[in-house]
Design a protein around this ligand. Structure first.
Ligand code: NAD
Length: 293
């Protein structure tokens, strides 16, 4: 055991399905142990059907909270007492905090993305972002970036069920933040190329490049990328996606996968539960070393 568990141990959950592959238990339990915090983090396979009882168990068992992942990120909202304002705009929850029976929902994915860039010395505030995707990750990134001072966001989505969400994201950003958002169709390749060319950062939040779309990319021509563009892929398995390879071939200096985002979204949740900073450099080493295991 990492921790010396006893009668005072405070439980944090992760409620999702499927979930056995998640790195979050490793991340949080190592962080608790490193800081000597008497907490334990456990993953529970919870579908939409089991969610109401599972959320109620947070109160019943006096858990400090839980992470929430697919397929429960939206379904959890009516089961909570409060949402923080950014989370209300995003419309999805990945972290629940229990304050003496009052459950508040937060979304830390967007915060994590921005913090992971800060960690690398990249400041996207005041800049223009071109973003592909409007699912869970794309929505959290778009709205948090708009709230945190990104000046302009061009949101691209293919013509599927997420296009309406992309439109909603654009409308929410334009109504409620100082950022200017525009909606674009991914099928319009000339427009896509021009908007990437005009941006400081290109972020792919589609999951293209990850299993079952591993080896694929929305941009396969290195000439689309300037050397001073920042290229960010939310995918972290594989560590180097096809998009990242194309960007590296183009000579782009700042190319990132989603591992830093994953780490920092966890650190933000950790802070909400414990009030402490996660020892991110220590945890980063452990997570990167997972590759070697
Ligand atoms: P989602 O299913 O909610 O959304 C998928 C988005 O990608 C939609 O906008 C959809 O239209 C688009 N899309 C799907 N297939 C496409 C294709 N073939 N071509 C173009 N667009 C396509 O998924 P999500 O939860 O937002 O996750 C997206 C990716 O982000 C995944 O790879 C996930 O692992 C990653 N992610 C990473 C982190 C992190 O911390 N790094 C956090 C959340 C999600």
């Amino acid at each position: 055991m990492l921790n010396q568990l006893d009668g005072h141990t405070i439980l944090i959950g992760l409620m999702a399905y499927p979930i056995r592959h998640s790195m979050s238990p490793t991340m949080h339990n190592h962080a608790f142990a490193k800081l000597g915090l008497n907490f334990a983090y456990l993953a529970f396979e919870i579908t939409n059907e089991g969610l109401p009882k599972a959320i109620d168990a947070i109160r019943t068992l006096d858990m400090r909270g839980s992470n929430i992942s697919m397929p429960n990120k939206q379904k959890v909202i009516p089961l909570l007492d409060k949402l923080d304002p950014a989370t209300e705009m995003i419309g999805a929850v990945n972290t629940v905090v229990n304050d003496h029976g009052v459950l508040t929902g937060y979304t830390t994915d967007g915060v994590g993305m921005i913090k992971s860039l800060d960690d690398e010395g990249i400041n996207i505030r005041g800049q223009k972002m071109t973003l592909a995707g409007a699912g869970g990750a794309g929505t959290a990134i778009a709205i948090q970036c708009a709230l945190d001072g990104v000046k302009e966001i061009s949101i691209f989505n293919q013509d599927d069920e997420f296009f309406a969400q992309a439109k909603r994201n654009v409308d929410v950003i334009n109504e409620k933040t100082d950022c200017k958002a525009t909606l674009h169709r991914l099928e319009d390749r000339d427009d896509f190329k021009a908007e990437i060319d005009d941006a400081y950062i290109y972020c792919d939040a589609t999951g293209v490049g990850m299993n079952p779309l591993e080896g694929q990319t929305l941009v396969s021509d290195p000439s689309w990328f300037r050397k001073d563009l920042v290229v960010f892929d939310t995918v972290y398995a594989p560590r180097t996606t096809k998009l990242m390879e194309v960007a590296q071939e183009a000579g782009v200096e700042h190319v990132f996968n989603g591992l830093g985002m994953m780490l920092e979204q966890g650190a933000a949740a950790f802070k909400l539960w414990t009030g402490k900073e996660m020892p991110v450099d220590y945890i980063r080493d452990i997570l990167f070393n997972e590759d070697a295991k």
